[in-house]
Design a binder for this molecule. Structure first.
Ligand SMILES: [Mg+2]
Length: 221
């Protein structure tokens, strides 16, 4: 019996004789049942559509990177987000029914996120073209050691800088990330692309092109 069947069985048991066609049933419009939302996300992932969409976005990013690297010299840079961009938290996310990241951190060991292979390919392509890679992440400084270990363990190597939020930072990603891209450009780099899974990864200063990976699993404002 699937997860959905278990839940629906529980609902019918709870309501006894009540159901469609029974007076009083469905008087108010409810939001979609959480179990249905979870099932929809699981199917999006398990069908291969999620991976396929990541591949499509990365293909576009690679094409632009190649075009741009061949066009001019200078100090070129690429900015990568980490969670759901460079590393996948799929096991933790799906294991807790897509709970909040703060809850995931309490439930699951860190430093064990899986690689997102197309992004690692883009990362290595950037390096091969002489483009400096920066990670700009919403993870905080207290997570630096496990984050570095995790990135290294899955095959990322040779980045220029890992920029993390200060511990206790209250600035939203939408503010923190562009400020740090500006800081990268103030060091003389031209950011040719920025890639992330949240709109807040990509808003504001500074990148010639931004590439948005899919993430229907959570939202970072
Ligand atoms: Mg992310």
């Amino acid at each position: 019996m699937t997860r959905i069947h278990l839940v629906l069985g529980g609902v019918l048991l709870a309501y006894g004789q009540n159901g469609p066609g029974v007076p009083g049933f469905g008087v108010v419009a409810e939001p979609e049942n959480h179990a249905l939302s979870v099932d929809r996300l699981m199917r999006y992932h398990d069908s291969g559509e999620y991976e396929s969409q990541i591949r499509q976005v990365v293909n576009s990013a690679e094409a632009y990177l190649i075009e741009r690297a061949e066009k001019s010299g200078g100090k070129l840079a690429a900015v990568f987000d980490i969670d759901e961009t460079s590393l996948s938290n799929w096991d933790s996310m799906s294991g807790c029914g897509f709970c909040a990241y703060s809850a995931e951190l309490k439930l699951y060991p860190n430093a064990t996120a899986a690689v997102i292979s197309p992004t690692r390919e883009l990362f290595n392509l950037a390096k091969s073209k002489g483009v400096a890679v920066f990670f700009v992440t919403g993870r905080q400084e207290k997570q630096r050691a496990p984050t570095t270990k995790n990135l290294t363990d899955v095959g990322y190597a040779g980045w220029v800088e890992l920029i993390m939020e200060p511990d206790g930072n209250k600035d939203p990603a939408r503010t923190f990330k562009p400020r740090n891209r500006q800081a990268i450009e103030s060091k003389g780099y031209r950011i040719v692309l920025s890639i992330g899974d949240q709109a807040s990864d990509l808003a504001g200063c500074c990148a010639e092109r931004v590439f948005k990976l899919p993430n229907p699993f959570y939202l970072v404002p």
